[in-house]
Design a protein around this ligand. Structure first.
Ligand code: SF4
Length: 208
């Protein structure tokens, strides 16, 4: 089992393979070569190189939103998809407008598309966010992906989808997915705040 997260050596970062820990994944030479070969495949080569160029060009200067725009431009994309959360509809409108000002066509699909009640997907009534209401639309990340697929978007942006819904969206999306915003209702969509405070103020909220 690999546990890079607990490694204190970081031989990979220093290019010093002589100090690899016993369970270092770099010891799996076949896996490493197989993975590396992907970067030279036509479908991924430019995608990967341009992402690294954006990383270097805007390092510490460009916010993620700007990086996303520059990345899509470098790849020559003209039609972007955006799967967004109803709870971030104002933010989605701002992003949509900005992308259009940068010359992109934008296909956007909201999470509640389909307007299907949660009960139809087998979600128990007690797990409605507002149980007193007779209708509560389910999030529909599979439809978001399929609708964007049907519009042949070249890169899909995930904006504020719930945990798990984002994974389903990425799974069913034909285009590669980049995440602009993740959902964190407790921390203003800033989940790293919980990590920064995991040994402090937020510790009681994180323990089993
Ligand atoms: S790849 Fe190897 S050296 Fe690098 S963090 Fe993981 S275990 Fe440590």
């Amino acid at each position: 089992m690999y546990s890079c997260a607990q490694c204190a050596i970081h031989a990979c970062y220093q290019q010093d393979h002589s100090k690899m820990p016993a369970n270092c994944p770099m010891r799996q030479a076949d896996q490493m070569q197989k993975a590396f070969a992907v970067y030279s495949q036509p479908a991924y080569q430019d995608f990967y190189i341009q992402s690294c160029i954006v990383e270097a060009e805007g390092y510490g200067e460009w916010p993620r939103l700007r990086e996303t725009i520059e990345f899509a431009k470098k790849l020559g994309y003209t039609r972007l998809g955006m799967a967004f959360c109803y709870g971030l509809r104002k933010e989605a409108k701002i992003v949509d407008s900005l992308l259009r000002r940068h010359g992109f066509e934008v296909v956007s699909v909201i999470c509640k598309t389909g307007g299907i009640d949660k009960s139809e997907a087998g979600i128990p009534g007690q797990y409605r966010v507002r149980p007193e209401r007779s209708f509560e639309a389910m999030c529909n990340p599979v439809a978001q992906a399929m609708l964007l697929n049907s519009q042949h978007t070249q890169l899909n942006i995930s904006l504020g989808l719930c945990v798990g819904h984002d994974a389903l969206f990425a799974k069913f999306s034909d285009a590669l997915v980049t995440t602009l915003v993740v959902k964190d209702r407790a921390l203003a969509n800033n989940p790293v705040g919980a990590i920064y405070c995991a040994e402090g103020y937020l510790a009681p909220k994180l323990e089993p």
